[in-house]
Design a protein around this ligand. Structure first.
Ligand code: HEM
Length: 415
């Protein structure tokens, strides 16, 4: 996992003190949520007792245990983890990363050209040049905006740090070390709209010499009829304005759930000043459910937190996201020093404040011709209610309507 192997006793003994330090401060294994294995799939979080045991082992000279108790070494299968994909797509040419400079965030536009909508059960990313690919996310764009950005920049792909420079119409998933692809539950899938472009955003870490990369995506189509679309809901606050020097700036967003839904995963997203994010739900009966708490956010270790047991939220539930930022000079990840006021934007020096939730709609039965969301105006109204009906009375009161209209005007229409 690490930049060196830690699979044998000899490997571990050699670095015992370093292992005790990086596990002690929870730098390793890189898992930023408070909750671990019991709640999320692929959670690699150590318990306090495990951390204490590692320290005790290192402090007592890293003794070797009984060889007979050794578990079998893990087997890492080369190639695609989910078997041969239905389709493999990739950028048209490989990208050359120079030897020196800052990290690079490149977006590669990959047209899909399908004549009809398709449903994706899973997507697997295979980094072409693993040592320099830090992480990769595949977004969807049906606006043609990403193509324009690509055309405007010479060479393969275009540069965009935070998002992809346009509002994505969806996302297929992503890869970071340790993230294993998973098949969606039978009968569900992510919509790949006809004609959509996949926008593959790759974060590159330089190695000190010029490197080439051609990262591939394996697409697995849903087998059999899809009854439920896996959708993405966002809880954003674009109004953030973090004063220079402020070490604990707090901002949040709420959203009312309009129909019974089942949440599959939650993904906090901030940039380099983000330090904490909580996502909770208050149920109509007054009860509450905690989706995730990240108390040590790190842009480099963003995670799609997939719930082992998908969480049902009844209509009327209130989702609440709270984020905290450190824009002080003491924050080692602050990209600007001395600090200056930071607002919403795509650049390394801007910030974002979003929780993404993947979910399905309980009443949706596509196989019976019962879609979960009415299109057109009704869809827009539902969205307005979700975002602005703060007192949950099912309509927009004058102050809520004013907030919705102001928001819409700022964004040039749409919600
Ligand atoms: C108990 C389990 C683990 C231990 C003991 C461990 C140990 C370490 C150590 C000692 C380092 C070097 C830190 C340094 O240079 O200061 C490291 C770095 C690293 N580890 Fe781990 N690790 C563990 C799990 C993981 C997992 C699960 C992943 C991937 C999901 C991972 C990915 C990495 C990466 C990418 C680096 C380089 C980080 C950087 O350069 O910023 N490790 N690990």
């Amino acid at each position: 996992m690490a930049p060196f192997t830690l699979q044998s006793y000899a490997d571990a003994k050699k670095r015992a003190d370093q292992i005790a330090i990086v596990t002690g401060d929870r730098f390793m294994p890189p898992w930023k949520a408070d909750e671990g294995k019991e709640k999320f799939t692929d959670a690699h979080r150590l318990t306090d007792a495990e951390i204490a045991l590692i320290k005790k082992w290192a402090d007592s000279g890293a003794p070797e245990g009984n060889k007979a108790d050794l578990p079998p070494a893990p087997k890492f299968s080369p190639g695609w983890q989910l078997g041969e994909p239905d389709v493999i797509v990739q950028p048209t040419e490989s990208y050359t990363l120079g030897a020196e400079g800052d990290d690079v965030y490149k977006c590669f536009v990959i047209p899909t050209n399908y004549a009809e909508d398709r449903y994706i059960a899973s997507m697997e990313v295979r980094p072409g040049n693993r040592p320099v690919v830090h992480h990769a996310i595949a977004y969807l764009d049906t606006s043609g905006g990403a193509r324009k950005l690509d055309e405007a920049e010479a060479g393969p792909g275009y540069t965009s740090f935070g998002g992809i420079g346009v509002a994505p119409s969806g996302a297929l998933g992503g890869w970071a070390p340790g993230i294993m692809p998973r098949m969606a539950a039978e009968g569900s899938g992510i919509l790949l709209p006809k004609g959509a472009d996949i926008v593959l955003q790759v974060h590159y870490h330089r190695s000190g010499k010029a490197e080439k990369d051609l990262t591939k995506l394996g697409l697995y189509f849903a087998k059999g009829p899809v009854d439920k679309q896996i959708r993405t809901m966002i809880l954003p606050n674009r109004e953030l304005r973090i004063p220079a020097g402020e070490a604990n700036y707090k901002i949040g967003a709420t959203r009312r759930v309009q129909q019974d839904i089942t949440v599959l995963s939650v993904t906090p997203h901030m940039h380099l000043l983000g330090k904490e994010m909580d996502v909770n739900a208050t149920l109509p009966d007054g009860g509450s459910k905690k989706l995730v708490r990240v108390n040590d956010y790190d842009f480099n270790w963003q995670t799609i937190y997939s719930l082992k047991n998908p969480m049902q939220l009844p209509a009327g539930s209130k989702l609440e996201m709270t984020a905290r930022y450190d824009n002080s000079a003491d924050n080692p990840t602050n990209p600007v020093n001395p600090p200056r006021e930071v607002t919403w934007g795509e650049q390394t020096t801007d910030e974002m404040c979003i929780a993404f939730l993947n979910y399905t709609i309980d009443s949706e039965h596509l196989t019976k011709g019962e879609p979960g969301v009415a299109g057109g105006g009704a869809g827009l109204m539902r969205r307005a209610l979700e975002m602005f009906d703060k007192n949950a009375n099912g309509k927009l009161d004058p102050d809520e309507l004013a907030a919705a209209l102001e928001y819409r005007a700022k964004r040039g229409g749409g919600l």
